[in-house]
Design a protein around this ligand. Structure first.
Ligand SMILES: [Zn+2]
Length: 97
């Protein structure tokens, strides 16, 4: 096997790896797109209807759990409630009574 041939094999191997990587990325993207197809049409917490507007897309929060392929949607109200819960957990409030 001459040097030129070795180089070609190396190049082919690299090309194959790149192709494989591109394929995997495409598959991942496809899966993600599929998940967005399964986007709920209402809030996962309070069941409020998700208005399919640009504003709503900006304001509502989508959470994706890749391990369970679970897509959840939260309206701005529920996001605020969830954020408050987190804040309360982070900073224990002194007892009121
Ligand atoms: Zn909600």
């Amino acid at each position: 096997m001459d040097k030129k041939h070795a180089k070609k094999i190396k190049r082919d191997k690299k090309k194959r790896q790149e192709k494989k990587l591109a394929h995997e990325q495409q598959q991942r993207l496809k899966r993600q797109m599929n998940m967005f197809d399964h986007l709920p049409d209402s809030c996962s917490a309070c069941k409020a209807d998700f208005p399919k507007t640009r504003e709503a897309h900006m304001a509502w929060r989508v959470t994706v759990r890749h391990d369970q392929e679970l897509v959840r949607l939260f309206c701005p109200d529920c996001q605020a409630a969830a954020d408050q819960l987190v804040e309360r957990r982070d900073e224990p409030q002194p007892k009121a009574d």
